[in-house]
Design a protein around this ligand. Sequence first.
Ligand code: NAI
Length: 346
Amino acid sequence: MRKIAFFDTKPYDRTFFDIYGKNYEIKYFENKLNADTATLAAGFDGVVAFVNDDLSGETINKLYEGGVRVLALRSAGFNNVDFRAAFEKITVVRVPAYSPHAVAEHAMALLLALNRKIHKAYNRTREFDFRLSGLTGFDLYGKTIGIIGTGKIGRIFADICKGFSMKILASDPYPAKDSGLEYVSVDRILAESDIISLHCPLTEDTYHLIDSAAVFAMKSGVYIINTSRGQLIDSAALLSALKSGKIGGAALDVYEEEAEFFFEDFSQSIVKDDVLSLLVSMPNVIVTSHQAFLTREALDSIASTTIKNLDEFFSGDKLTNEICYQCKTGDVGTKCEKRAAGERCF
Ligand code: NAI
């Protein structure tokens, strides 16, 4: 039986992996995977990692030295992997789509909660405080929402927004021609949107897409929704714009420095990240702990696809979900000739 080490796992992960992973000898580690913990995987054939694992060159090399030959990400995003280090050593596979609906629906849940102050109302009524002052929101109907990134999640989110009769402006270097969406420049999105929702991946181009210059170009009082990756937003710029009122509210499922905190309980500690502490303390900010994916359907799909990825790797089959080292899309037929021909990257 092949041995697989799972990192950064919680009980809700195990439920579905126990069902699909019966043909593997699985060891679950609660630890995040990084250069220090990589040695725990010595003697394993493969590792399964998640969004906040640190798959730097040092980690990859230690995994390789320990005998690991496949890294199965149980996520869609892969910005945490050093592909140069992995090339010709460790094959990297991912789960490209598990439930785009889960993430898109969470983005709308965040927007509705932020706008209609559900988080404030919930706390008040629990204390039998039934006042309405400070709870005024606005109609989403007719408001302009800027959607940056219209892949699987962004498009579903756009469909949800259409249900609210919102005006949608979209931005994507690869516009979806069949979407009927109005594609405009990022500059126009910044200038005209009442709400901006981020659905693009984290790349060199999108790092700090929302910085102080972008904030300057926005409408006053704009709401920002980020369910994509924390580093799309310069958190210091966000904080200062929230303080000045330029940004009217933010709902964040991801945070630049989340790897240190998310998925763990710090309720009995002093959190030493001042930016995070200030963001969490603001009445017009909602932070969720990278939970947009967390539905039963998504967990089931993540487990079944991850195990299928491992089955394909160990049986020598074509890898449906290998991430392409040349173009880093992982999507068959887009740019990479090898993958289009059904070959592995190496
Ligand atoms: P996708 O690959 O289907 O779509 C991403 C889209 O972003 C593509 O259409 C791409 O062309 C576009 N894009 C790339 N660079 C851009 C740029 N500079 N400006 C605007 N658009 C750009 O990915 P999917 O499945 O829609 O996921 C989007 C992101 O959501 C992932 O990269 C991941 O970071 C995040 N995510 C977050 C989850 C959570 O639990 N919070 C769960 C799953 C994904």
